[in-house]
Design a protein around this ligand. Structure first.
Ligand SMILES: Cc1ncc(C[n+]2csc(CCOP(=O)(O)OP(=O)(O)O)c2C)c(N)n1
Length: 278
């Protein structure tokens, strides 16, 4: 029997669809937010929370938990939905996104939200956060792992590369970065704003084990996480090829939905396409 059964893949596909519905509803109700980069990140985040991460929603600060940092913090609606669906806080709370006093702010706040390990949203800083956590695990001789998702636009930030250099210098094989390679950033295709290719070669040159996968194929996502866990002596980066807006036809590849909520008509169409009640 394959290690990742058809049943598991089906469950992850089902959970990802729920997360897509949640995040579209949350952003619509808030009237603001980032649907495009949330939808591209959804499948990797789903695989992490519903299969890979060793966490305890009832004890978010458990010392031996795996850590996840969403460096591209603007995609937090997908993260909040995964945290709620796995029991970190009530699902009804999702409807408070971006409201004054809510624990679910427009960018993740580690002081407010159970399960959020690092406050992010200022691009380029999450990998450094993850490196601190990975070094701490090594110093304390603990076996938890650290996962950091970065955007491809975020790879423009110099701090990402300083972090990349130090992670391999310190041989952080308990660290796995995921690049959400949706080929877009805030106001256009990454290649028009700052050329990133050859991206895999760059990460390799910085001393990382590099895996390249389809970031919407759960079999490939799970295999990559298994592989990352087996790599010794260096950190691993998974370059996940994704589609900005994945799952909602008029958001797919549409730069306009980087940071814009759907209007009522768009919301209803999106929910119909995602198989949910508007
Ligand atoms: C330091 C910093 N500069 C600029 C921004 C504004 N900003 C928000 S999202 C974004 C683009 C991010 O692109 P990417 O990381 O590829 O995200 P995705 O396309 O996956 O949503 C930018 C420039 C920011 N959040 N932080």
């Amino acid at each position: 029997m394959p290690k990742h059964s058809r049943e598991l893949i089906g469950k992850l596909e089902y959970e990802a669809l729920k997360i897509r519905r949640h995040l579209i509803r949350m952003i619509y109700q808030a009237g603001s937010g980032h649907p495009g980069g949330s939808l591209s990140a959804t499948d990797v985040i789903t695989a992490l929370y519903f299969h890979v991460l060793n966490v305890d929603p009832k004890d978010p600060s458990w010392v031996d938990r795996d850590r996840f940092v969403l460096s591209k913090g603007h995609a937090c609606p997908a993260w909040y939905a995964a945290l709620a669906e796995t029991g970190f806080f009530p699902i009804e709370e999702l409807d408070t996104l971006r409201k004054i006093g809510s624990r679910l702010q427009g960018h993740p706040d580690m002081r407010k939200t159970p399960g959020v390990e690092a406050s992010t949203g200022s691009e380029g800083q999450g990998l450094s956060n993850g490196i601190g956590m990975a070094l701490a695990a090594k110093l304390d001789r603990r076996s938890y792992r650290i996962y950091v998702m970065v955007g491809d636009g975020e790879n423009d930030c110099g701090q990402t590369w300083e972090a990349a250099m130090s992670a391999s210098f310190y041989k952080l094989d308990n660290l796995c970065a995921i690049v959400d390679r949706n080929l877009m950033q805030l106001d256009g295709p990454t290649k028009h704003i700052m050329s990133l290719e050859p991206l895999a070669d760059k990460w390799k040159a910085f001393g990382w084990k590099v895996l390249e996968i389809d970031g919407h194929d759960f079999t490939e996502i799970l295999k990559a996480f298994d592989k990352a866990e087996s790599v010794k002596g260096k950190p691993t980066v998974i370059i996940a090829r994704t589609l900005k807006g994945k799952g909602v036809s008029f958001m797919e590849g549409a730069v306009g939905f980087h940071g814009k909520a759907p209007n009522e008509e768009e919301y209803e169409q999106a929910m119909t396409e995602l198989g949910g009640e508007p």
